[in-house]
Ligand binder design. Structure first.
Ligand code: ZN
Length: 312
């Protein structure tokens, strides 16, 4: 099978609530097999489940030639670091200093491993097969239980000191808004103001149940527009892909959510940046949902693994 269909690549999307594992090929995003495991609070247990599943698929389908891991963070991505591939300061119970790469190296000796953040992985997947196809300068953000962002500048995934932590940028917020935010580190950062738990706390109900004309949606959307403007001004992306569960926006609906954020972005920019992409019509293609949808993460992990085959 592998000889006909290309070399096989294992993909692992390591999320805060679940790990999604899949097998793909050296090109394309078709998944030959997939499985989900609960993240839980015991990293060694879930890594054992992951490696066992991958080894079982390997004996059925053929040898895995590369692995890609797209993980929640913060994670050590410095290739020359002794703690490469370890989760660092997460508040998630049991996961501080958890080693994602070590168990994979032991189970698949000599197999190259591509590692990046979940959002950089999703960005790569969207760039290869989705809403950022062919773009070399764009941002991917996910707004769900938390907020994270990745993307590319000049065709390279954004890394730098560690990796971007876009979800923790500070926002001015709106006048007469005394909501303290929910981020345990910063209170009123973007994640503290606009993540799913933030909206639920502000509204006193689940995001899905929130009335479209509620004050909580209005304030959330104002803050969301501020964050999108900040990203636009700082990184000059050609497109911003906004994924994650919050964008589905329950009773408000995804289309209305995007339309209202776009209006907010245009008002805040005040016509200052003279790009057609930031005009009323242009914004419909500038701020967009992901094409890969909920598969962006696992397809991104696959893309990270595929790049290892191109690198060796
Ligand atoms: Zn924060």
């Amino acid at each position: 099978m592998s000889a006909l269909g290309g070399q096989l690549v294992g993909a692992i999307e390591a999320g805060g609530t679940k790990f999604v594992c899949a097998i793909g090929r050296e090109w394309g995003c078709e998944l030959l097999a997939r499985q989900t495991f609960a993240t839980g609070d015991d990293p060694s247990r879930v890594m054992l489940e992951v490696t066992s599943w991958l080894q079982e698929r390997q004996s059925e389908l053929g040898r895995l030639r590369a692995l890609g891991v797209a993980t929640f963070g913060p994670v050590d991505l410095a290739a020359d670091s002794l703690t490469w591939g370890r989760i660092t300061t997460t508040p998630k119970r049991g996961w501080q200093q958890a080693d994602l790469v070590g168990p994979l190296r032991r189970a698949f000796p000599g197999v190259p491993i591509g590692l990046d953040t979940d959002v950089n992985g999703a960005a790569l997947g969207e760039q290869r097969w989705g809403a950022a196809r062919g773009l070399s300068d764009f941002v991917y953000v996910t707004v769900g239980t938390g907020i994270g962002g990745g993307g590319m500048s000049g065709g390279h995934l954004l890394h730098g000191l560690l990796h971007p932590e876009m979800g923790h940028m500070f926002l001015p917020g709106t006048a007469e808004d005394d909501f303290p935010g929910v981020c345990p580190f910063h209170g009123r950062c973007w994640e503290g103001l606009c993540s799913g738990p933030a909206i639920a706390k502000r509204a006193g109900c689940a995001v899905e149940d929130l009335a479209p004309d509620s004050d909580a949606w209005a304030k959330t959307i104002d803050c969301m527009a501020q964050a999108i403007v900040n990203l636009t001004c700082v990184l000059s992306p050609r497109r911003i892909v906004l994924g994650g569960s919050v964008r589905k926006a329950g009773r408000l609906g995804e289309e209305a959510f995007f339309a209202r954020v776009r209006v907010g972005v245009r008002e805040l920019l005040g016509g200052y940046i003279g790009a057609v992409e930031l005009s009323e019509r242009g914004l419909e293609r500038y701020l967009v949902p992901p094409v890969l949808g909920d598969d962006a993460g696992v397809c991104g992990a696959l893309a990270l693994g595929q790049d290892q085959l191109r690198a060796v």
